[in-house]
Design a protein around this ligand. Sequence first.
Ligand code: SAM
Length: 211
Amino acid sequence: MLYKFYQQRVFPHLLNQVMQTPSLMQGRAELLSKVRGDVLEIGFGTGLNLPFYQEVEQIYALEPNRDVYDLAKKRVLEAPFHVQHIQASAEKLPFADNSVDSIVSTWTLCSIAELDKALQEIHRVLKPNGILHLIEHVQYQDNKLLKKLQDVLTPVQKVIADGCHLNRNIELELLNANFKFSEKYYFDAEDLPKVGRRMFMARAQKVEMTV
Ligand SMILES: C[S@@+](CC[C@H](N)C(=O)[O-])C[C@H]1O[C@@H](n2cnc3c(N)ncnc32)[C@H](O)[C@@H]1O
């Protein structure tokens, strides 16, 4: 019961604050300046990306957590384009095959319970020339100690941060899910604790599968 109270009444506000850390806001600005057309945002959260979109037609705001989306409503009303909330999970996207121009994920792939299913779904709904734009915190590959610490802390992090994994290798997950990169790089967000500091920013397109 106490945990439910934490999840519904406390966590959404913590999320809204932490996700406004300056380096994250800078990351949003850079990632979203190149997003075009109809956009499906996976794990819309509290709507912090909205001010950074420049040339979008409309946003499908996929957010399964109603308590989190409630904190986005004011930002949604202020947006200069149409935002449609979709209460669904990335593991089952309510979109037709090859139908979406742009898919955006900002620090969401860490939290999806069945990431391989979600990536299959993203692959299915993205147009052949569509782009998946993403920025995620990831596991260190060049620091054994921090990598191990991320493994050890992930079970705790999942409880306090709504399923968030500190130890995902998102680049590898995307390659395994048949995406190719047109742009990718890593950087460290110096204003965050070391265990969650390594960031992966990328733009990816789907590799068409031949049968
Ligand atoms: C760390 S927050 C990031 C929120 C937002 N993208 C941002 O940049 O501020 C992760 C978000 O993913 C959402 N989420 C968790 N599991 C999900 C799933 N299976 N499908 C879609 N979104 C999910 C959470 O509800 C939460 O809003």
